[in-house]
Write a new protein. Structure first.
Length: 175
């Protein structure tokens, strides 16, 4: 027969089933915790990319409009094969300086060569992820069209237009 003292001694620890339940609950909570942290990091990364894209778009709009408006002359270079009246790059003349806008992977690049050999070339890269660019000649307006990259080759591009930046040519004209 079991005495009261022996019974108390046997109930001082945890059973194997209780330990397994505790481990299972802790593991489940850890998995959900890691999932929530991963989701929060993904949202933060997405917000940072959206912010960077918005700042780039704002800078691009301001620079593009100022450059075209103050230009002596504008030249369209490299016609796009699949789009009538669309061009891949644009050259803007200011006296002896030529500013070039051209598509690069992940955005658009603005290059200003230096007249001073000791000063490097000025390059601005506007990060525009998942957007394809093209320049349109609609005298006296120069248009910069930004399309969703996946749909850029489609025939109905007007529906996929993300943004259009127009600038009126200033002092000079189109060459």
């Amino acid at each position: 027969m079991i005495t009261q003292q022996q019974h108390v001694a046997r109930r001082q620890g945890f059973t194997l089933v209780e330990l397994l339940i505790a481990v299972t609950l802790l593991t489940t909570m850890a998995v959900f915790g890691f999932h929530v942290i991963s989701l929060m990091l993904s949202i933060q990364r997405s917000n940072m990319e959206s912010g960077t894209s918005a700042v780039s778009m704002s800078r691009l709009t301001e620079r593009f409009r100022n450059d075209v408006h103050n230009a002596d002359a504008v030249r369209f270079v490299k016609p796009k094969l699949q789009a009538d009246g669309a061009f891949e790059s644009l050259e803007i003349d200011f006296g002896r300086t030529t500013i070039t806008y051209q598509s690069v992977e992940g955005g658009l690049e603005r290059v200003v060569p230096s007249q001073n050999p000791n000063r490097p070339v000025e390059r601005d890269i506007f990060r525009l992820p998942n957007l394809a660019t093209e320049f349109v000649d609609e005298q006296p307006i120069v248009g910069l069209l930004l399309h969703a990259e996946a749909s850029f080759e489609a025939t109905s591009r007007k529906e996929d237009l993300v943004r259009r930046i127009d600038a009126v040519i200033g002092r000079g004209g189109v060459k």
